[in-house]
Ligand binder design. Sequence first.
Ligand code: ATP
Length: 449
Amino acid sequence: PTKSKELARQMKGRLSPRVLQILSSAGKIGDELDLQVYAVGGFVRDLLLGTENLDIDITVEGDGILFAETFASRFGCRCKGHIKFGTAVIVFPDGFKIDVASTRLEYYETPAALPVVERSSLKMDLYRRDFTINTLAIQLNQSDFGLLIDYFGAQRDLQEQNIRVLHNLSFVEDPTRVFRAIRFEQRLGFHIARHTENLIKNAVKMDFLHKLGGKRLLSELVIIFKERDPFGAVERMANLGLLRFIHPVLKLDAMNRRLLEEVKPVISWFELLFLDRKYEKWVVYFLALCEILTHDEFIEVCKRLAVSEHYREKLAEMRRLGERVLDAFNRRGAKCRPLQPSEIYRLFNDLAVEVLLYLMARTKSEEAKKALSLYFTKLQGVHTILTGDDILALGVARGPMVGELLEQLLAARLNGAVMSRDDELNFIRQAIVNNVVFSQQDTGPCSES
Ligand code: ATP
């Protein structure tokens, strides 16, 4: 292994005091338990690249669960262990988490020189990883704190910006790595090394990716679509011929390329406007990728990706509804009167945020864009001050009329015709007169028109 104590200094400069404290405490506890403890994987990769990564993965040569339990009890954390896998999660009181894994215990079974076997068990553990850049480990035990262990030329690949697998069967062993390779390439601005790219092409040619389960494929796509700018990755997937493994007719043509590019500014606009709003960015990209598919094909893609039946149906239906709304906008001529806010509200209110953002990226109609923008900024979430009970208290009979009056009231509020509670009360009183609504105690006719 390549060793360097220089890293200990770099760690002090680059890591927050808290992370540094955690790593050094992990090393001390390793010493107490006579276990070799390492920080590994993406955390180390990003440390060397100077990128913040708060996902600390710790690998312990030996009993990782014992290590995690000891650490947790010492620092008032919770510890959730999976004995079967030798893994554990340490959870700090504020929710901060550390993942702990054990190198496989079978490597201890050789009765030969123990230290060599221990060290090689870490090596075997790292050998199972996807790409060389993810195989770095940093020793945390006090006497060797900050020792960089590089068995597979990871430092060189980081310098040369290569994504490289560790062996020729890597993609056959786990085809999700094809998508991971693209993700790391795009995120880090690296390139997939030539031999590795050939292995991907080979796996594509041999149809290995058909073996990939829907759930795993979806979770890789979701991660790609959550990246800062997923477009490059989709382009790369298309170039490498991967889209057909999602659906045979899926492709990247000029039209959905334009759409996928259009999604980014829409999302930036939305996230700037609603800083803390929870939504699933990946769904917007997913819908954009699937733009060219028919309703039935869209359902097939969702089935392929093991999207739950409930969500699949909901999404497909909203997608269909959204298409209709855009068609309606496209049919509107210049002479049509402008839509009222309440009409815009009704068009969009049954659609999820993700679908609306997709429509916004998709539509070329200026009127539709403006309507969507108005809906997001002013109309969504508007509600009346009065409730159904208030309306009953005004003498309206329990029944569908209450809902109808509330709807009329909401429309009036959306259109700016009522502002205060008094306005609303007056509006309802007037509507009662107009609609000739009487309560059950009244003897007059109950008109629902
Ligand atoms: P990210 O910043 O996206 O979280 P990461 O490198 O931390 O990147 P994870 O998906 O969290 O990636 O995985 C953690 C580590 O587990 C990786 O560094 C990688 O070495 C290993 N790993 C994950 N998935 C695979 C896989 N399919 N095959 C081999 N190793 C994998």
